[in-house]
Design a protein around this ligand. Structure first.
Ligand SMILES: C[S@@+](CC[C@H](N)C(=O)[O-])C[C@H]1O[C@@H](n2cnc3c(N)ncnc32)[C@H](O)[C@@H]1O
Length: 292
């Protein structure tokens, strides 16, 4: 849809060159020339990725050496160290996609408009030793893309919190969490001073007073979850929203359009982003905020 970043794409960039040479030196030279002519005098950051397939992954060592060879041919004074800083510096993010059969595609996008700042959209994370599930990695990946992050002293509501991966990540950042879920939390969270477990359905829960952050990872029907999040928005119960919406159905887009509409038109949530993160499965993660 015009003006909206695609929800189900890992990367999106303009192709500035498609190279079919195979000799490493020749590929590096041609890729560097393409980057130089596209970057002009703007700061740049370079990433390399391979398609997320067995054949693509086998090319990882070549891709890594290509990244170094291309970077060595580019002006070091305009280099930005990493993609996160590239966003702040207004830099262009160049991606070299090293594909099978000797094809290398050079893509460019301004870092601020990039769908993901991770190479190829694959945000890799070591599993945190104390996290109970992959859910925690979804949360960390979602927080990566935000201008603000929940921190010390913030009050968070976590709807569909059990067994507690998100709640655990939030308290480890210093936040206080009201964890709403009929199911049990993991033992280390039950007696935690900054965790209040409300063991009831999120559909019947109302906060005593507005919170800073609304998190939601409820395994429930997407349109009903969207209605619930819209209610929180309309009533001004939270300032920031991070929610994972389950989309187990085959035809996801019509549902997603309705979810978007409900959140923005009925809930008044602003700055909505909708993305299937690297750690998401049949689901998307939405973020939004309320204007003060
Ligand atoms: C994917 S799990 C959440 C995982 C959690 N974010 C974590 O990091 O551990 C989905 C949860 O949604 C909860 N859930 C489903 N319906 C709910 C409802 N009406 N109210 C509250 N929680 C609900 C389930 O009990 C389940 O614990």
């Amino acid at each position: 849809m015009a003006g909206q970043a695609p929800a189900f794409a890992r990367v999106g960039h303009q192709v500035v060159a498609t190279l079919t040479e195979t000799a490493p030196e020749v590929v590096a030279e041609a890729a560097a020339r393409a980057v130089l002519s596209a970057s002009g005098r703007t700061p740049w950051v370079l990433q390399v990725f391979t398609p997320d397939t067995p054949r693509g992954n086998a090319l990882a060592p070549f891709a890594e050496s290509l990244e170094a060879a291309v970077a060595a041919r580019l002006p070091a004074e305009r280099r930005v160290e990493d993609a996160q800083r590239a966003r702040e510096a207004g830099a262009v993010l160049f991606s070299l996609c090293v594909a099978p059969d000797g094809v290398t595609v050079v893509g460019a996008v301004t870092a601020r408009e990039a769908v993901s700042l991770a190479p190829g959209g694959r945000r890799r994370m070591r599993r945190a030793g104390d996290a109970p599930s992959r859910a925690a990695m979804k949360l960390e990946e979602a927080l990566d893309g935000l201008a603000f992050e929940p921190g010390r002293g913030d009050v968070c509501a976590d709807l569909g919190a059990a067994p507690g991966g998100w709640t655990q990540r939030l308290v480890s950042r210093g936040a206080k969490v009201v964890a709403v879920d009929p199911a049990r939390l993991m033992p280390e969270l039950t007696g935690h001073a900054r965790v209040k477990h409300v063991q009831e359905s999120a559909f019947s829960y109302a906060p005593d007073e507005p919170v800073d952050w609304l998190f939601c990872d409820m395994a429930w029907r997407p349109l009903e979850v969207a209605q619930l999040l819209a209610k929180w928005g309309r009533r001004g119960w939270a300032q920031h929203l991070v929610a994972n919406i389950k989309l187990p159905m085959k035809d996801k887009n019509p549902i997603l359009l309705r979810v978007r509409h409900t959140l923005t038109q009925e809930g008044g949530w602003e700055g909505l982003t909708v993305r299937q993160l690297y750690h998401d499965r049949d689901e998307v993660t939405v973020t939004a905020h309320k204007l003060k």
